[in-house]
Design a protein around this ligand. Structure first.
Ligand code: AMP
Ligand code: TRP
Length: 342
C-alpha cells in the first residue's frame, strides 16, 4: 500500500534467424537493465514474423531458441513477463479491432513497409497491417514505455496516433506510450557496410552481423574484416566517411558502459585501426561468452523453456484480456450473456 505504480514497459522481438549484436545493444541489454525498476513485459512476436514467408518447422525451432537466448541474456521470468505473442489471443483480437480505426494511408506511409515490400515478390496484407498488431501489443497492456532501437520509433509513434484516435472516438481507454530509444547504440551498423543497419536478414553475407551464438573465432574474423576508412583517427564522428570507426566505438562504449570521452581515451596510443578492431572484438567476445554458455545449457532443457513461456502467457493474458473486453464494449460489440441456454 502507498506504493506508486511502477511504469509498465512493453517490448517485442521477432523469432527470425538469431539474435544480433544490434538487437542486444539496441534493445535486449536495456530490457535487462529495466528489471527491478519497472513492470516489464517482453514478447516473442511470432505473429509479426509470419508477415514474411516462414518455414513452419524453422519458425518453431527459432522461437524456442529465442526464448533460451533472452533468458541467457538476463531476462528473468521472476521479474519480467516473458511470453509468446501467439499464446495470448488478445493480441490478434485487438489487432482486428484497431484495424477498424486505422486509416490505410497511415500504414502505406510506414518506412519499414515500403522497405520490406519492395523486397517481396508478393506483398502480404499482414505486412501492411503489421504496425497495427504492434499497436495492439503495446496498448492492451496500457504500457507507458516502449524500449526499442531507432528503426521502431515510427511504429511507436503510429501506436500513439492509433491510441489517440481510439480514445477520441470511443472514450479514454488507452495510455499514450513513449518510445524509449537509447542515446548510444540505437542503430548498430553492419560491419561489412557501415552505411546499412546491422540486420539478421539472411540476404546479408557472413561478416555483416554478429550473432550472440557466434563462436569467438567467427566474431574475431568479422571484426578483423570490418570496413573502416583510409584515415587513422580513432574518435566518434557523424561524418558518413567515418561511420565504420564510429560504429566500432559505439559497440565498445555500450558493451563496456563507458562514455565517449573515456572510450576515446582508451584508444590514445593505439596502433591504428587494426588495434581498434582487435580490442573491440575481444571486448565483445568476453561479454558474449557467459551468454553463450548459459544459452547452451538452457537450450538443452526445452521443457523448462516451454513451461516458462506458458507461465508468461498466463500472466500476460490476465492483464490484456479484460482490456480487450472493454475495447469491444466501447466499440458497441455485444458481450455474450453469462448463460446462452434458454
Ligand atoms: P527485430 O529483430 O526486428 O525484432 O528487432 C528487435 C529489437 O532490436 C527492436 O527494438 C529493434 O529496434 C532492435 N534492433 C534491431 N536491429 C538493430 C540495430 N542494428 N541496432 C540497434 N537496434 C536494433
Ligand atoms: N516490430 C518490432 C521489431 O521488429 C517488434 C515488435 C512487435 C515490438 N511488437 C512490439 C516492439 C511491441 C515493441 C513493442 O523490432
Amino acid at each position: 500500500m502507498g506504493q506508486t505504480a511502477r511504469p509498465r514497459v512493453f517490448s517485442g522481438i521477432q523469432p527470425t534467424s538469431g539474435v544480433t549484436l544490434g538487437n542486444y545493444i539496441g534493445a535486449i541489454k536495456n530490457w535487462v537493465d529495466f528489471q527491478g525498476q519497472k513492470d516489464n513485459l517482453f514478447c516473442l512476436v511470432d505473429l509479426h514474423a509470419i508477415t514474411i514467408k516462414q518455414d513452419p518447422a524453422e519458425l518453431r525451432a527459432r522461437t524456442r531458441e529465442l526464448m533460451a537466448m533472452l533468458l541467457a541474456c538476463g531476462l528473468d521470468p521472476a521479474r519480467s513477463i516473458v511470453f509468446l505473442q501467439s499464446h495470448v489471443r488478445a493480441h490478434t483480437e485487438a489487432a482486428w479491432l484497431l484495424n477498424c480505426v486505422t486509416p490505410i494511408g497511415w500504414l502505406q506511409k510506414m518506412t519499414q513497409f515500403k522497405d520490406k515490400s519492395v523486397k517481396q515478390e508478393s506483398v502480404l496484407t499482414g505486412l501492411l497491417t503489421y504496425p497495427v498488431l504492434m499497436a495492439a501489443d503495446i496498448l492492451i497492456y496500457k504500457a507507458n514505455e516502449v524500449p526499442v532501437g531507432e528503426d521502431q520509433k515510427q511504429h511507436v509513434e503510429l501506436t500513439r496516433n492509433i491510441a489517440e484516435r481510439f480514445n477520441g472516438l470511443f472514450g479514454e481507454l488507452f495510455v499514450i506510450p513513449e518510445p524509449v530509444i537509447p542515446k548510444l547504440g540505437a542503430r548498430i551498423m553492419g560491419l561489412d557496410d557501415p552505411s546499412t543497419k546491422m540486420s539478421k536478414s539472411s540476404a546479408h553475407k557472413p561478416g555483416h552481423a554478429i550473432f550472440l551464438s557466434d563462436s569467438a573465432d567467427t566474431i574475431l574474423r568479422a571484426f578483423k574484416r570490418a570496413v573502416t576508412d583510409s584515415g587513422g583517427e580513432i574518435r566518434f564522428s557523424d561524418d558518413p566517411l567515418k561511420a565504420g570507426v564510429n560504429n566500432l566505438l559505439t559497440i565498445y562504449a555500450t558493451i563496456t558502459g563507458k562514455d565517449r570521452v573515456n572510450v576515446e581515451a582508451d584508444f590514445i596510443g593505439a596502433r591504428g585501426y587494426g588495434d581498434l578492431k582487435l580490442r573491440v572484438a575481444e571486448t565483445v567476445i568476453e561479454a558474449l561468452r557467459p551468454i553463450r554458455e548459459r544459452y547452451e545449457a538452457l537450450i538443452k532443457e526445452p521443457a523448462n523453456l516451454d513451461a516458462n513461456m506458458r507461465r508468461g502467457a498466463e500472466a500476460a493474458a490476465a492483464i490484456s484480456e479484460p482490456i480487450v473486453r472493454q475495447m469491444k464494449e466501447m466499440m458497441g460489440l455485444t458481450p455474450a450473456q453469462p448463460s446462452l441456454s434458454v
